[in-house]
Design a binder for this molecule. Sequence first.
Ligand SMILES: Cc1cc2nc3c(=O)[nH]c(=O)nc-3n(C[C@H](O)[C@H](O)[C@H](O)COP(=O)(O)OP(=O)(O)OC[C@H]3O[C@@H](n4cnc5c(N)ncnc54)[C@H](O)[C@@H]3O)c2cc1C
Length: 257
Amino acid sequence: MPEIQDLLDESLARYPAYCTELREATGVDPEYWVCGARVYGAAGERWFPEVAQIRNPRLLQALLLALRQQGVTIHPYVPATGWAKAAGRLAGVTTPFGTVACRQAVLAAGAWSGQVAGISVQPIKGQMLLLQDQGDAPAHIVMDEHAYLVPRRGGGVVVGSTLESVGFDTSPTAAARSALIGHAARLWPGSDRWSAQHHWVGLRPGGNGIKPLIGPVSGLDGLFVNTAHFRLGITLSLASAARVRRMLAEQAKAGVP
Ligand SMILES: Cc1cc2nc3c(=O)[nH]c(=O)nc-3n(C[C@H](O)[C@H](O)[C@H](O)COP(=O)(O)OP(=O)(O)OC[C@H]3O[C@@H](n4cnc5c(N)ncnc54)[C@H](O)[C@@H]3O)c2cc1C
């Protein structure tokens, strides 16, 4: 498995140009913003001017548009249920609507990856809040060991997050809401006057720290996996995807039967 630091360096180096390319191709701006981060820790307060953020829903929206422009067929809300095999190797992905024939596939179903292949990935629930500031938000990320505040360019501040091992439950809870509001008040005094606009839940693919699984799945030639990025899946995505793409190309070059 690749070292996290290698994936991190490669991804972070690619992000600025990648976001510009997506914006120019699609008109949707993923809002890559080098806003800096102030971090409070045991060693006191530290300032990291190079820290950047992106607006992940916009990144995905731009990516979907770019893929469609390039002729990629997307089947939204069609679950993969398993694998069709022929001559001992992958021949397709099965779905409730039929089989999509293919000689190579990448399983990237996040926390659900273990449901489609025998892969050890557990869902780690994370709750977040969007607070509406009153023009008094920080212009940079603020964080400590418990929580972080991320200001959005157009207003509003995201507060995160919880780490909960409760299976596939995606319900927001009142306890997490008040804990996040408390974290925000500690990190940015005055934020207790802000109103909560949105409270949501995501499931991280993890369970075993940040140990990405990127590579062939043993026992089924042609099937690859790209998952288990836990808390860093967006940050590491560009390098991870490039690695799995190289592996597919190498297998194809060696002659997929
Ligand atoms: C609160 C929170 C804060 C986070 N903050 C950060 C951060 O600051 N930086 C960072 O880098 N990462 C962060 N993460 C982690 C990041 O979101 C994940 O690591 C990343 O989304 C994992 O990407 P993925 O594509 O592997 O999985 P996902 O994003 O979970 O995508 C998997 C997709 O597969 C689909 N799927 C599931 N089952 C099937 C099936 N059977 N067939 C077809 N499709 C299927 C799902 O519907 C989903 O769309 C955060 C996560 C949470 C919850």
